[in-house]
Design a protein around this ligand. Structure first.
Ligand code: DAT
Ligand code: MG
Length: 138
C-alpha cells in the first residue's frame, strides 16, 4: 500500500468541483484517509512549492495557490501515486487525455484544478506539510 497527497486547487474549490473530483477517487477505488480545507498564505505556498522556486512561473503559481481555499487529501491504495497522476492527466489541460480530471475541468497550465505527489519521497514530505499522524486514519 502507498499514500499520496492530493490537492483540489483554488479554482476547483471556487468552481464547486470538490464533489466531482472526490467522486472520481471513490469510483476508482482509491481510499481517502485524511482531508481538510485550508487557505494557505503566500509564504506557505512558497514553502510547499520550494522545488519550483527557480522556475519562471513560481511567483504566479504561489500567488494563485494562495488566492483561496484548497482541499488537501491523503489518498491511500496500491500504486496510488501513479494512479492519481493518471486520473489527474497531464500538467497542461490541453495535453491531458480525455477522461482525466485536468481534461474535464482544467482551465490552463496554471489553473489545472489538482495537485498530486510525483514520487514516494515527495509524497511523504507533502503529506507531512498538511497532516500530522493523528489526522490520518487507518
Ligand atoms: P504537476 O502539477 O503536473 O506535477 P509540475 O510539478 O511540473 O506539474 O508543476 C507544478 C505546478 O506548476 C503545475 O501544476 C502548474 C504550474 N506550472 C507548471 N508548469 C507551468 C508553466 N509552464 N506555466 C505556468 N505554470 C506552470
Ligand atoms: Mg509536480
Amino acid at each position: 500500500m502507498e499514500r499520496t497527497l492530493s490537492i483540489i486547487k483554488p479554482d476547483g474549490v471556487a468552481r464547486n468541483l470538490v464533489g466531482e473530483i472526490i467522486k472520481r477517487f471513490e469510483e476508482a477505488g482509491i481510499g481517502i484517509v485524511a482531508m481538510k480545507m485550508v487557505h494557505l498564505s503566500r509564504e506557505e505556498c512558497r514553502a510547499f512549492y520550494h522545488v519550483h522556486r527557480n522556475r519562471p512561473f513560481f511567483d504566479s503559481l504561489t500567488e494563485y495557490m494562495s488566492s483561496g481555499p484548497i482541499v488537501a487529501m491523503v489518498l491511500d491504495g496500491e500504486d496510488v501515486i501513479r494512479r492519481n497522476r493518471e486520473l489527474m492527466g497531464a500538467t497542461n489541460p490541453k495535453d491531458a487525455a480525455p477522461g482525466t480530471i485536468r481534461h474535464a475541468f482544467g482551465s490552463d497550465v496554471e489553473k489545472n484544478v489538482v495537485h498530486g505527489s510525483d514520487s514516494a519521497e515527495n509524497a511523504a514530505v507533502e503529506i507531512a506539510f498538511f497532516f500530522n499522524a493523528l489526522e490520518i486514519c487507518g
